[in-house]
Design a protein around this ligand. Structure first.
Ligand code: GLC
Length: 421
């Protein structure tokens, strides 16, 4: 049975001393947005430990401001691609050379209500990271991504239009995947996708992880609604913290500029044919053609027109009639939907969390509680898995997963707080 204690046990088992791994075996290091969600869960019962989750992540920040997707504090032979394959990176701790959706400022704001000291302690790091996205990853005002892993949605079919433009060089250094040793290969990305992921890495290493060159000259360049909306939301949370901390006008102006640009950039991601926000290949301008579980994050970022939002909601209502558990990561009516393969179908706890929060805030509470309730039902049925089959509610990929336990704990906490009010 799933209880508060069993959720806490998951986080405790995955604690590696001041930071938390997503799950033992498959993911033995500190992951960026995983740690942010973990902090949200830890904050419900141990604020000091939640805070070390935040600060340990920030210790991996590069001099250019980037906070990498994975921080390697050791070299685990059971994980690939680990620090030796990423090569020498400029940060203080060995790491990957790409980032992940910057949800951290939003979560810091949520867990530090009334705590100006903690907010002040991390403000500059968060500001520098956001500036990095707006500078090093931006092309003509659009924040882009150079690697599917950076989006946090590794093998979502959205990336195919970018990956199809790539060639795998014949001299790509040979490698042995480890992910398929830990879990059923039918859950995981295909071999061709993996070759291309490593091709992008090899390019990054060849330019010494110069992030501007990686963006401008790298083999993959797409705009992702997940990074876009998460950053736009986080910029608004950063602005609120800056105002509360009495930061100089120049800082406020800078963040306000990012937010204004961000709202304008939402238009770039609006795919009128599909009637939803979808990813876009930047060099050709081509759109991906499917509704994903980040399409409805326009609510979370408080962005998009009334018409765009109502068409988005119509998709959610259609999809809700097709699957038993909302919200699948890929449109269940698409031909390439696969209920169990990673980002091609399964529902993801952290995506349900952000989507439901946005819908609630922007006046769609019925769909919000459906999305929240369905995740709770799958967890109660199957346990704290990494992601879930949206047709059956069965758990997929990694078990005893940190962000699943953390998101569930944060909702239980909200329910208790409401009851106490
Ligand atoms: C997978 C997910 C990514 C996550 C990581 C660790 O790579 O796609 O979003 O951060 O696992 O949980």
């Amino acid at each position: 049975m799933v209880t508060i204690q069993s959720a806490i046990d998951v986080l405790t088992q995955n604690d590696r001393g001041g930071f938390t791994i997503p799950t033992a075996g498959l993911y033995p290091y500190q992951w960026n947005w995983d740690s942010a969600f973990v902090a949200l869960g830890l904050a419900t019962y141990d604020m000091d430990r939640a805070w070390s989750e935040v600060t340990s992540l920030i210790t991996g920040q590069w001099p250019d401001g980037m906070i990498p997707s994975i921080i390697f504090r050791s070299d685990d032979p059971d994980y690939f691609p680990g620090p030796s394959r990423w090569g020498k990176t400029p940060g203080p701790i060995p790491s990957t050379g790409v980032s992940q959706p910057p949800v951290l400022a939003t979560i810091v704001r949520a867990i530090t209500k009334g705590d100006a000291v903690r907010r002040a302690a991390v403000f500059d790091a968060l500001f520098a990271w956001h500036r990095w996205f707006h500078d090093a990853r931006s092309v003509d005002g659009i924040v882009c991504t150079v690697h599917p892993w950076e989006t946090g949605r590794d093998n979502c079919p959205e990336w195919n239009i970018g990956l199809d433009l790539m060639e795998v060089p014949p001299d790509l250094a040979p490698y042995r995947r480890m992910d398929n040793k830990h879990v059923d290969p039918s859950f995981r990305p295909t071999q061709d996708q993996y070759d291309k992921y490593l091709t992008i890495m090899a390019f990054g290493a060849s330019v010494g992880w110069d992030q501007r060159r990686l963006t401008d000259e790298g083999p993959f360049l797409m705009a992702d609604p997940n990074i876009h909306f998460v950053l736009l939301r986080a910029d608004q949370d950063l602005l609120a913290m800056a105002q509360g901390l009495g930061k100089p006008q120049a800082v406020l102006d800078q963040i306000e500029g990012w937010i204004a640009n961000g709202h304008a950039a939402s238009e770039y991601l609006w795919n009128n044919e599909v009637g939803a926000f979808t990813a876009r290949e930047v060099r050709t301008g081509r759109f991906s053609n499917g509704f994903s579980n980040c399409s409805a994050l326009c609510f979370y970022a408080n962005s998009g027109t009334v018409e765009q939002r109502s068409r988005t909601l119509a998709h959610l209502e259609r999809i809700d009639k097709t699957v038993d558990y909302m919200l699948p990561s890929w449109d269940p009516d698409a031909t390439d939907f696969e209920a169990q393969r990673y980002w091609c179908g399964p529902l993801w706890p952290q995506m349900n969390y952000m989507t439901a929060l946005g819908l609630d805030e922007q006046g769609a509470p019925k769909m919000a509680s459906k999305i929240r309730g369905d995740l709770c039902r799958t967890i109660e049925k199957s346990g704290f898995w990494e992601c879930f089959n949206p047709l059956t509610g069965e758990g997929c990929v990694g078990e005893k997963f940190s962000w699943t336990a953390a998101v569930w704990l944060s909702w239980q906490h909200e329910i208790r707080m409401k009851g106490a009010a």
